[in-house]
Design a protein around this ligand. Structure first.
Ligand code: NAD
Ligand code: TYD
Length: 351
């Protein structure tokens, strides 16, 4: 018998699949329901290893469908929601902002409404955890870090839609008393990352001898966290975070894009037994992304101080594990880069 039902949205995506795995394996006493629409970014193959566990089930639902979401909540009666489902790629948000409003804003409000309805003022043992991003804070200059009190200042349609969803989550807490927590995490990397994002795109292109496209001058800076360490932070905040509060999640691990790609090239050459410098020859500077934020960097002091959180791997270890995973799972890469991906890639990089 399961003592709690936790609904995880976006569980077939990159981060969501690691969160689902963490919860299914660590909490056999919970029933974990993975709700995902299986867009181009969702892939049930990410969960092959746990799909037959008795405490796991999957429902294919689009969070923009308010009535269906309400039905799912009535059927499963979740005690907790961990909400990761989103359109997540900045470049796609520049091409189709409305898709981001629909899923990230309307979809989030549909979930908040459904939780509010079925919990109906009885919030004991209930929790809605909204998974968000550091991109809501906008951009930093050369110095400084984002804290939980940094003002929101989003620049891309993606970050604007995530900022909006964060505001709705807080509004449901302040207006209706919904028991929420939020996490705002820096850039993730690791296994199962869809190869439209910088690191897996470069791994895929190195394997296929294709150019490594670096936007602008390559000096844009991101703060990278291994995805399993993000999943562990979500577990911690979901269970022990203070109601109504946000926690920034990051690993104090800043890299300029060009330096990161050079480090990746070095490790790939070593692992593939190629002479040093082979992969780096593929580096190609291309047209910059419009509205490109210069620098993101998280101050993760609060989650460390209050909840004792610390990442478990160094960046070098995490990157090495990530590359190994892609080298050992080339059929996964082949599967996700066939079909729609080719069309996207053509338009984004050659159109
Ligand atoms: P992803 O794009 O890999 O996966 C998104 C998942 O959501 C997919 O499985 C997709 O099928 C599902 N989905 C999309 N639209 C849906 C809809 N309308 N209804 C139901 N399911 C839908 O994203 P990710 O990188 O795993 O990000 C997960 C969450 O974490 C997002 O909310 C994102 O904003 C946040 N986040 C991501 C990062 C990062 O570096 N990737 C960093 C911080 C926060
Ligand atoms: P990305 O992985 O798309 O994550 P985000 O935009 O959410 O930070 O991009 C990471 C950084 O890499 C960002 O500064 C944009 C840059 N970038 C490139 O230089 N080339 C690329 O082909 C991509 C996809 C990203």
């Amino acid at each position: 018998m399961h003592n709690k039902t936790i609904l995880i949205t976006g569980g077939a995506g990159f981060i969501g699949s690691h969160v689902v795995r963490e919860f299914v394996l660590k909490y056999p006493e919970y029933r974990i329901v993975n709700l995902d629409a299986l867009t181009y970014a969702g892939n049930l193959a990410n969960l092959n290893d746990i799909e037959n566990k008795p405490n796991y089930s999957f429902v294919k639902v689009d969070i923009t469908q308010a009535n269906i979401i309400m039905d799912v909540f009535h059927e499963y009666k979740p005690d907790g929601v961990i909400h990761l489902a989103a359109e997540s790629h900045v470049d796609r948000s520049i091409v189709d902002p409305l898709a981001f409003v629909m899923t990230n804003v309307i979809g989030t409000v549909n979930l908040l409404n459904a939780a509010k309805t079925i919990w109906d003022g009885d919030f004991k043992g209930k929790r809605f955890h909204h998974v968000s991003t550091d991109e809501v804070y906008g951009t930093l200059g050369e110095t400084g870090l984002f804290t939980e009190t940094t003002s929101y200042d989003p620049h891309s349609p993606y970050s604007a839609s995530k900022a909006s969803s964060d505001h709705f989550v807080r509004a449901y807490h302040d207006t209706y008393g919904l028991p929420v927590v939020l996490t705002n995490c820096s850039n993730n990397y690791g296994p199962n990352h869809f190869p439209e994002k910088l690191i897996p795109l470069c791994i895929h292109n190195i394997l296929n001898n294709k150019p490594l496209p670096i936007y602008g001058d390559g000096k844009f800076t991101r703060d990278w966290l291994f995805v399993i360490d993000h999943a562990k932070a979500i577990d911690l905040v979901f269970h022990d975070g203070k109601e109504g509060e946000s926690y920034n999640v990051g690993g104090f691990n800043e890299w300029k894009n060009i330096d990161l790609v050079k480090e990746l090239c070095k490790q790939m050459d070593e692992k593939l037994g190629r002479s040093e410098g082979t992969a780096a020859e593929l580096i190609t500077f291309v047209k910059d992304r419009p509205g490109h934020d210069l620098r993101y960097a998280i101050d993760a002091t609060k989650i460390n101080r209050e909840l004792g959180y610390q990442p478990s791997v160094t960046f070098e270890e995490g990157l090495s594990k990530t590359i190994d995973w892609y080298l050992n799972n080339q059929d996964w890469l082949d599967q996700v880069t066939s079909g729609e991906y080719q069309h996207y890639y053509q338009k984004q990089y050659q159109g």
